[in-house]
Structure formats: C-alpha cells, structure tokens
Write a protein that binds this ligand. Structure first.
Ligand code: PLP
Length: 337
C-alpha cells in the first residue's frame, strides 16, 4: 500500500521514471524541514520570503545553521522577477538552491513558480517548492517547472487526514545526496529514500490509519481529477469573493495573483467586531474560520478546500451577513466606499 501511495502521488506532478515520493510520519513542516536540512551543502540557499511560510523556511535554515539569504517580497503582490534575477546575478557567493512557497497560505498569494523555475534553470540553481496548499489542486509539472524537490502533506487538497509529510523529488538529485554529511536523523531525506527503495517501507513506524485514509483520498482524487477539483474550488472561491464584495468586505491579494484556495480578508471596521467571538459564532453553526497571518493589517482567513461546494460557501455568506447585522456593521457605508 505504501508503494501504491508513493507512486500515485508522484504521478500527480511528475513522471515516475524520473521522480519519486518519499513519505514521512509528520505534519507538512516535516517535509519542508527534511528537504532544507538534507539537500543544501555549504553554498547559499536563497529563500523567497513573502509570507508566514516563507518566513518559516528562513527559521528552519537558521535552526540548522545553513548559509541562506532571504529575498523579501510584499505579501500581497507578485514577485519582481527582474529584481530576483539581479540579486542572483550579483550574489558574491554561489547560490546552489532556491526555496519558494507556491501558494502562500497566510494570504492566498500564488507565486509564479514556472518563471522562477526558468530563472533557476538559467543560473544552474536547484529549486525547492513548498506546495503544501497547492499540490493536488493547481497543476504542477515538476520537470517542466524545473522543480528538484517539492513538499506537500496528506491533508489540504489531497483531502486525506493529517499525519503524512511528502517529499516529491527527482531521483537523480536524491541519489546525489549520498555523500552529504547528515545534519538530521529522523528527517534524513536520503536515508528515508534509500530505505524505501530497498524495503518498500518507511524507516520508522508509519501512521497506519492515515496511510489507509490517504489511499482512499487518492482514489477519490483520481475520480474527480485535479482539474475537476480545482474547478470546484475556484467556483467556491468566486462565490466567496463575490459575496464578500456584496457585504463590503475586502480581500488583500489582487485577483491576478490569487490562488483561489484560501482568502485573507480585512477585518470589518466596526466597534462590535471581535475575532474570537466571530470564530465561536461560526463554530456553533458548523463553520471553522482561521485567524489572520498577515503581518501588516488585521485580517481573518477563509479556506475553500476540502469536500465542500459553493453551496456551503453560500450558507457561510448567509451566516456572515447575520453575524455582521448582529454587531451593528454599517453595510451601507461600507458598500459606498
Ligand atoms: C505553505 C505551507 N507550508 C507549510 C505548512 C505547514 O504545515 P503543517 O502545519 O502541516 O506542519 C503549511 C500549513 O498550513 C502551509 O500552508
């Protein structure tokens, strides 16, 4: 079953002859941490930081004492690719790897990994992508996009249970890690890969129930198809943003850079508003909403992934309207802005 899961996951983003999926028991951060701590040698790792998950990669690099540099970019706008390339060209030290988050789940900002991959190809840099909240919904072609290593997890768009961290990687690159001095133990990517090649097993106790759940989730995804899944998500998202606009609420990432998977929304400008009270109000009515993770302004987040449709979003918007009425939100004033 582990082999089935590994092969089918690889197929979602790459050719199984050239790429493979390494599985770990752990949450998504384990996959990101495994890659960063296992593949970067003494050269420089460049991390694109335009949100909480880019920042987390910097923290991981810091914890392992890696030579890294951050390319900071606004959390609510596209990356300036010319500035990125200039930084790469002007770097006094060799940049061997670049790490980027595909969909910044803290805002819903979608990074253009195809263009970044082309820059990496030109400058002989290996690209690492955190595709935690894009994999299995947005189309990803690892070879075409020049991605060497990619991190994802069993929950999010795969719609399985949490507990399995995935690293999808180019086999040739994995093989090249053989002589690298290990910095980690449980998360050692080469060791986990080699053990799986030899034994078709994870090195340590697998989260068995979650593996069964993941197999079922993969079979359900194959029925719906990645394209069908993303179309369903996008329809839910369009229902959401149109409804928010009707209520006078604003989301922070422009539509042309939006992943349509999670939306960061400015809190209502109203004295009766309190995030925790709003959270509990929704929770009592069957909806869980997220607090914001956007540094500069007060936001909350709505995700539209999982086994839901635009009908659920319509119901959510009805509850939102009732909540706003209850706190004395000035609808007319907001709509006039
Ligand atoms: C882009 C991204 N990276 C990493 C993570 C971390 O995953 P986990 O909380 O499963 O460790 C998340 C979780 O939301 C994420 O969205």
């Amino acid at each position: 079953m582990l082999e089935y899961v590994s092969v089918e996951l690889t197929r979602l983003a790459a050719d199984t002859e050239e790429y493979t999926t390494v599985l770990f028991g752990g949450s998504g951060t384990a996959a990101v941490e495994s890659i960063l701590s296992s593949v970067v040698d003494d050269d420089v790792l460049l991390i694109i930081n335009n949100g909480a998950y880019g920042q987390r990669m910097c923290e991981i690099a810091e914890a392992y004492g890696l030579n890294y540099a951050a390319f900071n970019s606004p959390p609510d706008d596209g990356i300036e690719l010319t500035a990125l390339e200039k930084l790469i060209q002007g770097s006094p030290r060799k940049i061997s790897h670049l790490a980027v988050v595909h969909n910044e789940t803290s805002t819903g900002l979608l990074n253009d990994i195809e263009s970044i991959g082309a820059i990496c190809r030109k400058h002989h840099i290996e690209m690492i992508v955190d595709a935690m909240s894009s994999f299995a919904a947005l189309p990803i072609h690892m070879n075409k996009m020049n991605i060497s290593y990619m991190a994802a997890s069993s929950n999010k768009n795969l719609q399985g249970m949490a507990g399995i961290a995935l690293v999808i990687a180019n086999k040739r690159k994995l093989e090249s890690l053989l002589h690298m001095k290990p910095r980690n133990y449980y998360l050692h990517l080469y060791a986990q890969y080699q053990f799986f090649v030899k034994n078709r097993q994870m090195r340590f106790t697998p989260p068995v129930q979650t593996v069964y759940g993941l197999k079922q989730a993969i079979d359900e995804l194959k029925e719906e198809g990645i394209q069908g899944r993303y179309e369903r998500y996008a329809k839910s998202w369009e229902t959401l943003v149109n409804g928010l606009a009707r209520l006078g609420l604003k989301h922070i990432v422009p539509i042309e850079h939006h992943s349509k998977i999670i939306t960061s929304i400015l809190e209502p400008d109203c004295r009766g508003y309190d995030f925790n009270e709003m959270h509990d109000y929704f929770s009592r009515r069957g909806f869980t909403i997220y607090p914001g993770k956007f540094a500069d302004s007060k936001t909350f987040r709505i995700a539209n992934i999982g086994d839901i449709t635009c009908k659920d979003i319509e119901e959510f918007l009805r509850v939102m309207e009732h909540y706003l009425e209850g706190i004395g939100y000035p609808f007319d004033k907001e709509n006039d802005r």
